[in-house]
Design a protein around this ligand. Structure first.
Ligand SMILES: Cc1ncc(COP(=O)(O)O)c(C=O)c1O
Length: 433
């Protein structure tokens, strides 16, 4: 406890009076801050953002907001439905792309695939997925509860667990290819005292490790007492989401239902069942930050059974998402073609960069997501600094288990990757063919 005397001493020594102590966990917590200053005007390959910005339709929608609307609290009507509609449009685009056999081309905006049973109540709105993660821990994490996750993974899970006083078990990925530790996670879930929370990042940031949607569902089914949260921030780059799988199951169930109705002479088709009925412990996180290019506006979604979404939403403020983000989200969700085209561009840029890395013999690891890891021959921090001098930001993975000494490089357009590669090859004095 701080005595009035020691508070006065602090003032005298210029440190200012100490505030009343916060919760014990908070007093021990280091604030989570990413090095995000002074990035404008540089080629930002450090935070896996969209590197070209949002759809022009988003820009037009924001410009069209009348000034007097700034004075009005935000309204969220219709936004949750728009999220469901965008899932259907996204699945439609994937189907048409596969049908066209283009294998990654930009076949876009063609039709929808039904997600029966998905309703507005399945969608929670948050001030970015960071806020959704925070809300999950706030709603579910008690002192002494365990968080089960993988290592290395997204950096915000641990501080959220620590601020609740939770313990953390982080299971390492399998070297050499950062394979998912499926058996270990299953074993941990089967412990007599199972973890309160399992956080899976799929594909994983930063290793890109992918886990098939069916495997995620099997984990959730095996652990009904554990809340399983799947952070699908980068799923657009892999297509491994659990949501289309749940939708396909719901469609199959609905296809059975009319026959039953006909036998008993019902005219009205039964309402589609809740697609999360078998997975009341599963929550899926999605964001408009990365692919749609709205990182600065902060908006993300949590998708799960209505009862679960309701609980996680109880710990947020009534207006946590601002009106600009709402307007931008409507426009971005309606422009699936823009996202599809960006994802296709990134896929091509990735292939090009991986080919250069292979030809130059640079150790690298490229799996899911709009990022890859590479290991410079020179010390990583020095290479990172010299890239910054060349106007290019990448993220050093110094201190991260298994990947210490690597750089994480976000993938943008092919032109941007060419610029990165020219600078990197010069810094590392690579002999290029
Ligand atoms: C895996 C993962 N989850 C969540 C976030 C945060 O997303 P948002 O910008 O929607 O808060 C990030 C951002 O880097 C991330 O990489």
């Amino acid at each position: 406890m701080t005595s009035p005397d020691s508070a006065a001493a602090h003032t005298a020594s210029g440190q200012g009076a100490l505030p009343p102590p916060a919760r014990l966990e908070v007093e021990h917590l280091q604030s989570y801050s990413a090095p995000l200053e002074g990035r404008r005007g540089l080629l930002r390959l450090d935070f896996n953002e969209n590197t070209v910005g949002p759809s022009p339709k988003v820009v037009a929608a924001i410009r069209a907001i009348p000034a007097d609307h700034y004075a009005i609290y935000p309204e969220y009507d219709g936004l949750r439905q728009a999220v469901v509609a965008s899932l259907e449009a996204c699945a439609g685009a994937v189907v048409s792309r596969q049908g066209a056999g283009t294998g990654g081309g930009a076949a876009v905006g063609t039709g929808t695939v039904a997600f029966p049973g998905f309703t507005a109540d399945h969608v929670g709105l948050f001030n970015g997925v960071d806020a959704a993660i925070h809300a999950v821990f706030h709603a579910y994490g008690d002192r002494g509860d365990q968080l089960l996750t993988t290592s290395p993974s997204f950096g915000y899970y641990s501080p959220c667990a620590l601020m609740q006083g939770m313990t953390i078990e982080a299971i390492p990925y399998h070297l050499p290819d950062f394979g998912f530790p499926l058996q270990e996670i299953h074993a941990a879930l089967a412990a007599p005292q199972p973890p309160k929370l399992l956080l899976l990042c799929n594909p994983n940031n930063p290793t890109g490790t992918r886990l098939a949607a069916e495997a995620v569902l099997a984990l959730a089914a095996a652990a009904p007492r554990t809340l399983v949260v799947v952070d699908e921030l980068y799923e657009a780059f892999t297509g491994d989401s659990v949501l289309p799988v749940l939708a396909a199951r719901a469609r199959a169930a609905a296809a059975q239902a009319p026959a039953v109705g006909a036998v008993i002479g019902e005219i009205q088709l039964p309402e589609a069942a809740d697609p999360f009925a078998a997975f009341p412990n599963l929550l899926v996180l999605r964001s408009l930050a990365k692919t749609a290019g709205l990182a600065g506006l902060r908006i993300g979604f949590a998708i799960g059974s209505p009862a679960l979404v309701d609980r996680v939403s109880r710990v947020t403020g009534p207006y946590d998402i601002n009106s600009f983000a709402v307007t931008a989200a409507f426009a971005a969700l309606a422009d699936q073609a823009y996202v599809e085209a960006y994802v296709a561009e990134v896929a091509q840029a990735r292939d090009w960069l991986v080919a250069q890395l292979l030809a130059a013999g640079v150790r690298h690891h490229a799996a899911g997501g709009n990022y890859l890891l590479l290991w410079p021959r020179a010390e990583a921090a020095g290479v990172e600094a010299r890239l910054r001098q060349a106007g290019i930001l990448v993220r050093s993975m110094a201190g991260k288990p298994l990947i210490d000494g690597s750089l994480r490089v976000s993938l943008g357009t092919r032109e941007q990757m060419q610029r990165f590669w020219a600078a990197y090859a010069a810094i590392e004095a690579l002999q290029l063919a």
